[in-house]
Ligand binder design. Structure first.
Ligand code: IMP
Ligand code: MG
Length: 500
């Protein structure tokens, strides 16, 4: 896709939002990187180092966790922003900046919100302690401290990035914050706390009475503050000065179904990963957004971590397998040597699609759970946020003989009340409600389509796409009342087709 086509796609729109319509890993990084060729500012507003955005340009592969995907265009004058809605682990950020330096990617125009929340070691420890102790109730978090950092923010005891620049404030706030955390950590078994704190932060864990050596944490963080200080600014003001005047790309993290406001609660991340949350996370209003692109894998989808996934191939067997910490990528790949996108057994077909799509977490390396595209879920996210769709990863299903699309669910659980409505077995659901008991008991209803058998990665125009593929895209549009605008047929920038 060339610059002219991108210009055509974005038209006169100044503020463009790119969010994920599913449970993350939809390929937002690639779309943002592509569109950043026509942007002046690229800003992230939610999440933290739980995100993993992979960008491929030529032989170069960049995996970004905190830095916006527009960073590759830093040299061309693009400003990048980590907004106030983010939770920033300064250690992870510095590591990422070093990685960029090694790859020769400059970050002279990267800005970090002074008022973004700060992740401290206690957040990472608490995140992992909770998951360890949660048994079957675990969320399957990335263990990066995201939940506890947002919890502190809402509890009004959190630190912000700017605190690292003011030693007295930092010490005072950290003391208050630590006192709160110590009360909670007291409820976890001491051996587990000891094991995790020494594993995670060996250099900070030399204290017996406190979980971490307070002075060492202060010193470490003030050091991070000195390193990051050139980047720290009031990014809200920067956004206000630019909105409506310069082309701004807002980069979502995670996916809308992982939003704490509107996702499959409680199996969500702790930020609002919807369009509204994204706008607020960079100091803007939702109404400032002129054009919204919802990125959607097609015609399969993935989920990392636990939580309902009605169309999952292999159902609970797949859920358990992918969420078993001892199942590595190698073990997954070796487990079913014969797995392919056409395997007759559903679980094995899931493994086949996972391997074909390289569906292993870019942050945690976990095997991602795989299932067919869920149109009810897409109707739900479209109803909340609208926007045009970008379909990604289409080449993964090259050669897949039968493609199944979930068009609705049949409720198959016990009578269950939601508000003034009782769901009973046999009820058909077109657009789901984000209620765990309901979602866990939804049986997908599928419509089958013949797949395309030839590879599509080299195609550049809509008219070249196989008939079978076009038929399915039109079906998705009709079923979700959404317009498809982009079709991605491979990881490279060039492998993107404008759909009209
Ligand atoms: P947390 O964000 O680490 O608290 O994890 C909460 C849930 O969100 C878990 O199911 C994670 O697997 C999921 N999650 C968080 N970030 C991402 C992401 O970038 N891609 C996919 N899943 C994510
Ligand atoms: Mg990802």
């Amino acid at each position: 896709m060339n610059q002219e086509t991108i210009k055509k796609l974005l038209g006169p729109h100044k503020t463009v939002a790119v969010t994920g319509a599913q449970w993350g890993d939809e390929g937002k990084g690639k779309i943002v990187d592509l569109l950043s060729q026509e942007a002046e500012i690229v800003a992230r507003g939610t999440g933290g180092a739980n995100a993993g955005h992979t960008i491929l340009v030529g032989d170069e592969k960049l995996i970004l966790h905190l830095v916006p995907s527009g960073i590759r265009r830093d040299n061309d004058g693009v400003t990048t922003i980590c907004g106030n809605g983010m939770v920033v682990d300064p250690f992870a950020l510095i590591k990422e900046l070093k990685m960029l330096e090694e790859k020769g990617v400059s970050y002279n125009r990267l800005n970090l919100a002074y008022n973004a929340s700060l992740i401290i070691p206690l957040h990472i420890l608490t995140d992992q302690l909770r998951e360890r102790q949660a048994g079957n109730g675990k969320i399957g978090t990335t263990g990066r401290g995201i939940g506890p950092a947002y919890t502190d923010k809402v509890a009004r005891i959190g630190l912000i990035v700017n605190d690292m620049l003011n030693p007295d404030t930092f010490v005072e706030k950290l003391r208050k914050n630590t006192a709160e955390h110590m009360r909670r950590i007291g409820s976890f078994p001491k051996e587990t706390v000891d094991e995790l704190r020494t594993k995670l932060f060996p250099h900070l864990a030399q204290s017996d009475d406190e979980v971490f050596n307070f002075d060492a944490v202060v010193e470490t963080y003030l050091g991070y503050g000195r390193e990051l200080s050139p980047l720290i600014v009031d990014t809200d003001r920067l956004m206000w000065e630019c909105v409506g005047k310069r082309r701004i790309l807002l980069e979502g993290a995670q996916g809308q179904l992982l939003s704490v406001e509107s996702g499959t609660y409680p199996y969500v991340t702790s930020s609002d990963s919807s369009v509204a949350g994204l706008a607020r996370g960079v100091g803007l209003k939702e109404g400032d957004i002129d054009y919204s692109i919802a990125v959607t894998k097609a015609f399969y989808m993935t989920r990392v971590g636990t939580g309902p996934f009605p169309t999952e191939l292999g159902g609970s067997e797949s859920d358990e397998w992918c969420n078993n910490p001892s199942v590595t990528r190698k073990e997954d790949e070796d487990s079913r040597q014969d797995a392919s996108v056409n395997s007759a057994d559903e679980f094995v077909q899931g493994v086949g699609i996972r391997i074909a799509g390289n569906e292993y977490g870019s942050t945690t390396l976990r095997p991602r759970r795989v299932g067919w595209l869920d149109l009810p879920m897409l109707r739900y996210t479209q109803a909340r946020t609208g926007g045009v769709l970008a379909l990604t990863l289409l080449d993964v299903l090259d050669g897949c003989e039968v493609i199944k699309l979930c068009t609705g669910y049949e409720y198959a659980g016990p009578d269950y009340r939601v508000g003034n409505q009782t769901y009973s077995a046999g009820v058909r659901i077109e657009t789901p409600i984000m209620e765990e008991t309901i979602l866990r008991n939804c049986k997908p209803i599928y419509q089958e389509f013949p797949g395309w058998l030839q590879p599509i990665g080299h195609l550049t125009e809509q008219s070249q796409l196989p008939q079978e593929l076009m038929t399915i895209i039109r079906f998705v549009e009709a079923q979700t009342d959404a317009r498809v605008a982009l079709v991605s047929v491979g990881p490279e920038r060039d492998q993107t087709i404008l759909w009209q």
